[in-house]
Design a protein around this ligand. Structure first.
Ligand code: SF4
Ligand code: SF4
Length: 119
């Protein structure tokens, strides 16, 4: 089988972040949602988000013996729906991020997104 550099190094197929970071004015059709049960908390996706809206959740240290590494979470009002994190997680970690229609996310979280803001 021919050597495929993209398979050998998955980061080659992950697009570069734009030089200038701006806020999207229009509401995206889809928003990235972390499937918490699948997320290992490895944070591989965090530096790839062009708008820096993936963050770790606070670590519960109440049980000092079994400290669970928490999953990451996405600030839904800032996600521009670029899908980069989905590709990163799929290729470098696990399959823990899905793109959901914005309307479904609004319904699920009982909120409404107007342009770039959730109300
Ligand atoms: S790359 Fe995937 S598994 Fe790792 S923190 Fe991000 S969503 Fe979770
Ligand atoms: S879809 Fe794009 S903007 Fe949204 S969390 Fe993933 S990388 Fe960030």
């Amino acid at each position: 089988m021919a050597y495929d550099p993209k398979k050998a190094n998955p980061t080659l197929i992950i697009p570069e972040a734009p030089a200038k970071i701006t806020r999207k004015k229009k509401k995206p059709k889809e928003i990235a949602v972390v499937i918490a049960d699948n997320c290992t908390g490895c944070e591989a996706c965090v530096p790839f988000c062009p708008v820096d809206c993936i963050e770790h959740t606070p670590r519960d240290t109440s049980d000092r013996v079994n400290v669970v590494i928490p999953n990451v979470q996405i600030r839904l009002d800032e996600c521009i729906g670029c899908k980069i994190c989905v590709n990163v997680c799929e290729r470098m970690a696990w399959d823990a991020i899905e793109m959901w229609p914005t309307e479904s996310v609004e319904e699920l979280f009982g909120t409404r997104r107007v342009n770039s803001l959730f109300l």
